[in-house]
Ligand binder design. Sequence first.
Ligand code: DGJ
Length: 359
Amino acid sequence: MTTAPGLLRIRLCFWALAALGFLFPGPCRSQGLSDRWINNARQPWLDNRGKPLDAHGAGLMEFRGVFYLYGEIKEAPTWHLGGQKWESYRVPAGGISCYGSTDLVHWKFRGVALAPVHDPSSDLDTGKVIERPKVVLNPVTGKFVMWMHVDDRTYHEARAGVAVSDRPEGPFHYLGSFRPNGAESRDLTLFQDRDGKAYLVFASENNTTLHIQPLSPDYLRPAPGFQRILIGQKREAPAVFAWAGKYYLITSLCSGWDPNAAAWAVSDRMMGTWKQQGNPCRGKDSAVTYFAQGAFVIPLPGRPGKFLFGADRWNKKDLRDSRYLWLPLDMEASGPVIRYAEHWHPFPPEIMRKTRGGQ
Ligand code: DGJ
């Protein structure tokens, strides 16, 4: 069979382009118009300045079509604090970063949302611990409210800190910290319900039991009443989301910076009875959450029943070089299911066009 010269030229062109893609995979693919993938293989993730995303233990909030990512800034060398029962690799508290994105893939650095200080009497001292920031907009005051875990370097203070800002990117003004109901508060998350009520969910009682603490209408203080859940089950890294009239909670076990199996729990109400279920992860390495630990779950707008599970791949000996793993979480008949995907589209092209400004 002979090949027409035009067709031959097209084929040669195709193979030349394919060879270029093979030789220079990064730049060619990252500049493609269809580059809307969350790429778990390509690490580190770079922001608009070409710098690695520095947003660990993150929280993610959507406001007016823009996703805001808040995370722990870890930019100094890791050191080891001896004599502790828990994993004692530490990094100076670098404050909280903020990034913005419309597609969850391309991130623009929006600045330091909450700066650390050099003052050992402050929760925000660089010698202490500032972890797992979560932000929501308060509908009553119109302020953005950030809650975070603040601690001394031995993790014995175990408090929940709160800060406010008029703008999503900050700067946030730090108001102080609480031990809600006098209880220890370590790994935490913040959940805002559809009725406007917000709740802190945190690891307490020496990390053996989670507490759910309703917040005041302005979200700045614990409100009366709280409940203990998953008692004695040693869960941390909580992430809460709602779907089809039920509330879901994904947690990790407590093993310092080392990965372990995630589990999901479900309840009819935030202050209802939470029932612990199995591991939401499937397939290879699901017993260690694919070597990561959860940080947040957010619904994917325009994609009912589809969520993003954001997790940290901690590098305990060089915490600033910790990476990320963001996976699809699908609501199935059995409950939430997380499957490993090396790369995936949080918003397929038709959804991008319809719901995310036609990008
Ligand atoms: C596990 C927690 O989930 C992290 O946020 C951090 O506090 C480490 N433990 C510290 O060992």
